[in-house]
Design a protein around this ligand. Sequence first.
Ligand code: APR
Length: 343
Amino acid sequence: MPLEIVRNDITKMKVDAVVNAANESLLGGGGVDGAIHRAAGAGLLAECRILGGCKTGKAKITGGYNLPAKYVIHTVGPIYDDGKHGEKALLESCYRESLALAKEHNCETVAFPLISSGVYGYPKDQALKVAIDVISDFLLENEMTVYIVIFDKAAYKISEKLFSDIAEYIDDNYVDEHTDYSRECMRMNAPMAPMAPRRARRKKTEVDLSEMCDCKAMLAEDDLDAKLRQIDESFSQMLLRKIDEKGMTDAECYKKANIDRKLFSKIRSDIHYKPSKPTALAFAISLELSLLETEDMLRKAGFALSHSNKFDIIIEYFISKGNYNIFEINEALFAFDQSLLGA
Ligand code: APR
């Protein structure tokens, strides 16, 4: 997956380059800076001494010394004041300059901390958004795997409003018992309509499955032959058909799905290829499919959305809101301790 959010100590990351949240002297400090210098050893400081410092928003590269990483890219984030003193532009520049240096040194994997979100006081959720926006733009044009390393979960949060919205949606829809209504729909061979919130369901003694499965949508389909053909098509065939229908290029589709090129070419070359569920969902998000189309695409890969699975409910939440930003979805999945979308 080209962009991953992981929880780890950045000094442990086995990548080509780790990025250090340094200060302008480049002579070490606390936080990430301190941890990287401690783990790398005295050789790193010796090399930093001859770099002559680094301006805020800029980046310089050294060896990794005792770190698992081959390089350390030192960048200096802005000290956050009130967000009205160019802090965002400087923080964006830190990521852009660091990625450019990594590319120049043929790095295939890079790990970033959340720059400026510690001592320098940049609000965590805004710092994360800047990181995700700049890195995902870079990944649209470049082949690289980038990790955003979150050191402690407490230090990481999506916006309170989004978090409570999703928590409420999960509460409304999470099915404790494992009656999986989408399986019922598949049995009835009809697309699944979003389930009514659980509160509504509680009022009904008998949940009528046919109401939840929108069978009419199937029959109303004016081109029944095309629909029947689509039922027989494989996941891979549906994916390629949808890419054409949406007027996307293959690269636009798999990059927006946060899937690497190698996996996509496997799917493309084998019409019977069976992807993992997160991969199938990542493509549904990339193609901005409706809930019914998503369920159809999942079915072709042998899966179904389930209300006894928080991961599925969070995906359903974003699709129902029309929010197909896979990086925002992954932030939310990460916040709810779920695996992330993509390969
Ligand atoms: N691995 C990954 N992330 C870490 C680690 C670690 N080992 N240690 C801290 N972090 C996280 C913090 O939780 C924070 O979210 O890195 C983020 C950046 O925090 P800081 O290290 O304080 O960096 P920053 O806010 O950019 O301030 C830079 O602090 O350490 C000094 O010399 C440094 O003066 C500079 C200033």
